[in-house]
Every structure is written in structure tokens, then in C-alpha cells.
Design a protein around this ligand. Structure first.
Ligand SMILES: Nc1nc2c(ncn2[C@@H]2O[C@H](COP(=O)(O)OP(=O)(O)OP(=O)(O)O)[C@@H](O)[C@H]2O)c(=O)[nH]1
Ligand SMILES: [Mg+2]
Length: 484
């Protein structure tokens, strides 16, 4: 048989040789220093105890909170809340399909059929074969197996889609054919982080000698220690390769033929059965919980789009106001620009759209802080420089002293407005209202939005638009432009 030894086996082999060498040195030292042997054994014992203890701790630390009926009900209530907000704010939108899906949720955890996704991190690992074998093994009447795409696709979008599909199942049967790649491990961690129940199989084990199989399985168990307990990592052969069989005839003749060994999936079937019997309710609750969160996020995305459409014209209005004000009274110090430009009233108006209800006083303080934050981040200086360099290409308008400040004020207002929109969008609907601004998070948003908007094409367009809105600048003969 052609056996492919993989790297981990080699590394494992070296590890084992090293351990043996250490063990032998230890034994010889015990022989030489008889009086130390008791202490030595005690030390090793301590080491094992510590190792076990720390392994247990990591597992316990990673243990996920159990999803209870209460958690599921709260998640369903939150998705209904999102629907109510959406209906109130956009009564003309047809969201009947979402409402229907949410109203089905309370019964979802009484479902009879358990959905098992059969997946893995690569192609040709035996998904279809395993699905067929399991379907014909009649483990349980109520199991439905679904083969899903590989979890390690070339693009992040494809990976995300594959993960989402696997999260719609009640349990994921993940197939590996030896050691795991880093991306396979990452996908498993992502599923685990979403409370997905996992069973990991080492398929095609018939390609290895029995002692190698045990070794590879052990390696795999070790690798996924924080993701799945050992009993949920199982060696199988869904479709073992044919083997050559020799039959000796009575007349001394030898008859060679190829035979198809039976699939080795019994331990997997047993474990699957055990899990279904012991955890059925928990599996269904957890899937329902995930579905509720998905539906809530769908509703929230639509709501955010509706709100954004209403918020953008507001930001644009304050851009013009800031530009006109800075043009009429150009502030001498750049540092003052942002604080002057970001209007407290814009914050009040935006917060209203996102149901955050800031008072004007609160908003004024917050807008001052946002201005300071922009100065600290160096955005005011950078913006004015970029705006000035774009304006330079237009000799006529550049002569106007207030132009740089006016356009910069509009630009900074836009950055602040878009950042606030992003910030508000991420808050929980209904539950986060009336909270103070988290400046750390807002600062991150400001930097992100600023970077997105710093591309020269975007700034160019922005400057042209802003200049067009400043009537005094349209004509090169305007007194202001001429005198500046
Ligand atoms: N030796 C051996 N070969 C196997 C085993 N299981 C599956 N195969 C072979 O692996 C190949 C791929 O099997 P499939 O079940 O089609 O794999 P898949 O993951 O569904 O493939 P894609 O859907 O194309 O990604 C086939 O030639 C199978 O016969 C196994 O346990 N041992
Ligand atoms: Mg297939």
C-alpha cells in the first residue's frame, strides 16, 4: 500500500523520540541517584497533575454559555422589536417574509427533524460518500444530512457564506483526512464561537497502517482540544479502497481478486446517536437562537438602510452650513476648525433618527469632544492639506482665503457625520438608547471613515461639489475672491 506520511507525523515522531530520550535519562538518573527517585517521581506526578489541571482549565475557559429557553425567548423578542421599529419607521416597506419567518421561530425548537451538515475544509474528502453511508445506516429516522460547500474557500465572502450555511444546521460533521490546516482550524473556531455543535472525523483512515491511524487521530484530537472533546473526534473510512485478496485453491492454485471492504463508520454512528438522544432539545434551542439572531440582524440591516437614507441629507445640510460659516468667518487657528465645524445640532438630529435622543447640551459637549478627537488624530491638518492641494489645481478659487477653511469645515463635518452614522448603526435597537457616546469606538469609526474618504478622487469630487455650493466662489470676480 502506498502510504503518505505527513509532516505532523514526522514532527510527532521526533517529539516521541525526544520524550523517550528524556524518559531514559530520567530512569538512568533514578538508578544512579536512588535517594532522589522518590522526589523525582513526585515531581513528574506534580507535572502531570499540573498539565491535566491546565488542560482542564483551558477547556473550561472555552466552555460556551448554554442556550436556555429564556435566552431563545429573549432573542426572539429582540428580533420582534427590530420588526416593530422597522414597521414604525418604514410603514411602506414589504417585510411580510421577515415577519413570517420570525413568527415561525417559537415552534422551531419543537421540530422533529435534526439537520446535520456534512462539510470539511477541502474538496474530495468524502462528504458525499459519508452522507450516503450514514443515510443507509438508519442511525435515527429523524436525521437529515446536507452536504455543504468547503469551509475553506478562496475568498472571505465564500467562507462567510459556507459558515452561514453550516450554522443553519443543528450539528456539523466536519471531515478531515489527517492533520488540519490553519484555515480549517479557524473555520472550526468560527463555528464553535456561534455555539455550533461539532463532530470531527478523520476520514480515509484505511490509507494508513493501524498504528499510524491511532497516531494521526491522537494528533487531531490534540489540535482541536479547545474545540471538541476527544470523544467527538472519530476515525472513519466512508469508502475504503478496494483490497487485493488471494484465495488458495485445493489444487495449490492462487486466485487473486479485488474486494471492497465495508465502510467503517460504526463509532461515528454510535456517537451521533448518543448525541441526538442526549442533546436533541439543546441542539434545537441553539439553532433557533442562531436563527433569531440572523433574522434580527436582517431586520436591523434594513432599518439601518432606511435610517441612513434619512441621515445623509442631514449631514449634507450641516456640511453646507459649516462651509458657509467658515467662509464668512474663517477661523485663524486650524485647531479651532473642527470644534467650530461639528455642529451640536447635527448630533441631535442624527441621534433622533437612531432613537438615541441627545439633548442639545449633551450634543454640544459631545460635538466639542469629537472636534478635539479629530484634532488629536491629526485629521484637521491632513484634511486642510488635501483640500488645499486640490484647490491649488483651480487657481481662480484658491485665491479666496476662506475657501480652504470652508471646504475643510464641510469635509470634517462629513467625516464626523458619516462616523456617527456608523457608530449609531452598530448600537442595539431599543436597548442602547440614552447611552453616552463611547469615544473609543467613535474614534475608531472616525479613523476608518477618514481613511476611506482620503482617496484623491473622492476628495476631488467633494471639493468640486462644496465649491459649487459656495455662491461667492463661483465667480472669480467676487470681491472676496479678488481681495483675498
Ligand atoms: N480510500 C478512501 N477513499 C475514500 C474514502 N471516502 C471517500 N473516498 C474517496 O474520495 C473521493 C471523493 O469522495 P466524495 O465523497 O465524492 O468526496 P466529496 O468531499 O463529496 O467531494 P466533492 O463534493 O467533489 O468536494 C472518492 O473517490 C471516494 O471514493 C475513504 O474512506 N477511503
Ligand atoms: Mg461531494
Amino acid at each position: 500500500m502506498n502510504i503518505k506520511l505527513r509532516k505532523p507525523i514526522l514532527i510527532g515522531g521526533i517529539g516521541i523520540s525526544m520524550a523517550l530520550w528524556l524518559w531514559q535519562s530520567f530512569l538512568s538518573s533514578v538508578v544512579h541517584f536512588g535517594e532522589l527517585s522518590v522526589a523525582g517521581i513526585a515531581l513528574v506526578g506534580m507535572g502531570f497533575w499540573w498539565l491535566q489541571k491546565s488542560t482542564k482549565n483551558t477547556l473550561e475557559e472555552k466552555a460556551l454559555p448554554e442556550i436556555t429557553k429564556d435566552t431563545v425567548e429573549q432573542a426572539i423578542a429582540a428580533s420582534k422589536g427590530a420588526i416593530v421599529a422597522l414597521e414604525t419607521e418604514a410603514p411602506n416597506l414589504d417585510i411580510s417574509y421577515l415577519k413570517q419567518q420570525i413568527s415561525n421561530l417559537p415552534e422551531a425548537h419543537d421540530r422533529e427533524i435534526i439537520k446535520v451538515a456534512v462539510t470539511g475544509g477541502a474538496k474530495k474528502i468524502g462528504k458525499t460518500k459519508l452522507k450516503q453511508v450514514l443515510e443507509s445506516s438508519h442511525i435515527q429516522e429523524n436525521l437529515k444530512f446536507i452536504e455543504t460547500d468547503s469551509l475553506c474557500a478562496p475568498s472571505e465572502d465564500e467562507v462567510k457564506n459556507a459558515i452561514e450555511t453550516n450554522l443553519t444546521a443543528d450539528l456539523v460533521l466536519f471531515i478531515a483526512t489527517g492533520d488540519l490546516t490553519d484555515s480549517e482550524l479557524q473555520s472550526l473556531k468560527r463555528l464553535k464561537a456561534e455555539n455550533q455543535r461539532l463532530l470531527i472525523t478523520f476520514n480515509k483512515q484505511d490509507r494508513y497502517l493501524p498504528e499510524e491511524r491511532a497516531f494521526i487521530l491522537q494528533q487531531l484530537r490534540q489540535r482541536v482540544l479547545t474545540i471538541a472533546p476527544s470523544e467527538d473526534v472519530i476515525g472513519i473510512s466512508a469508502d475504503p479502497a478496494q483490497i487485493k485478496v488471494r484465495k488458495h485453491g485445493e489444487d495449490g492454485s492462487i486466485l487473486e481478486s479485488m474486494e471492497q471492504p465495508e465502510a467503517e463508520v460504526n463509532s461515528l454512528c454510535d456517537r451521533l446517536s448518543e448525541i441526538i438522544v442526549a442533546e436533541k432539545e439543546q441542539l434545537l434551542l441553539t439553532t433557533t437562537y442562531r436563527e433569531a439572531i440572523v433574522l434580527k440582524n436582517k431586520a436591523k440591516d434594513i432599518l439601518n438602510k432606511v435610517r441612513r437614507d434619512r441621515a445623509l441629507p442631514i449631514v449634507e445640510r450641516y456640511q453646507s452650513i459649516a462651509a458657509a460659516a467658515a467662509f464668512a468667518n474663517p477661523v485663524a487657528a486650524l485647531d479651532l476648525l473642527a470644534t467650530v465645524a461639528i455642529s451640536g445640532q447635527m448630533l441631535v438630529d442624527l441621534s433622533e433618527i437612531y432613537q438615541q435622543k441627545f439633548s442639545l447640551d449633551q450634543a454640544k459637549t459631545a460635538s466639542g469632544t469629537i472636534g478635539e478627537l479629530m484634532v488629536k488624530l491629526g485629521l484637521v491638518e491632513l484634511s486642510t492639506q488635501t483640500v488645499a492641494s486640490v484647490l491649488k489645481t483651480n487657481a481662480i478659487t484658491y485665491v479666496a482665503g476662506g475657501a480652504v477653511q470652508a471646504v475643510s469645515a464641510a469635509y470634517l463635518t462629513r467625516i464626523a457625520g458619516l462616523s456617527l452614522i456608523e457608530y449609531f448603526q452598530e448600537l442595539e435597537i431599543n436597548t442602547d438608547s440614552g447611552r453616552e457616546l463611547n469615544l473609543g469606538i467613535l474614534g475608531e469609526k472616525i479613523q476608518k471613515i477618514f481613511q476611506q474618504n482620503q482617496r484623491i478622487g473622492i476628495v476631488q469630487n467633494f471639493v468640486e461639489g462644496a465649491i459649487a455650493r459656495l455662491p461667492q466662489l463661483k465667480s472669480s470676480n467676487s470681491p472676496r475672491a479678488a481681495s483675498a
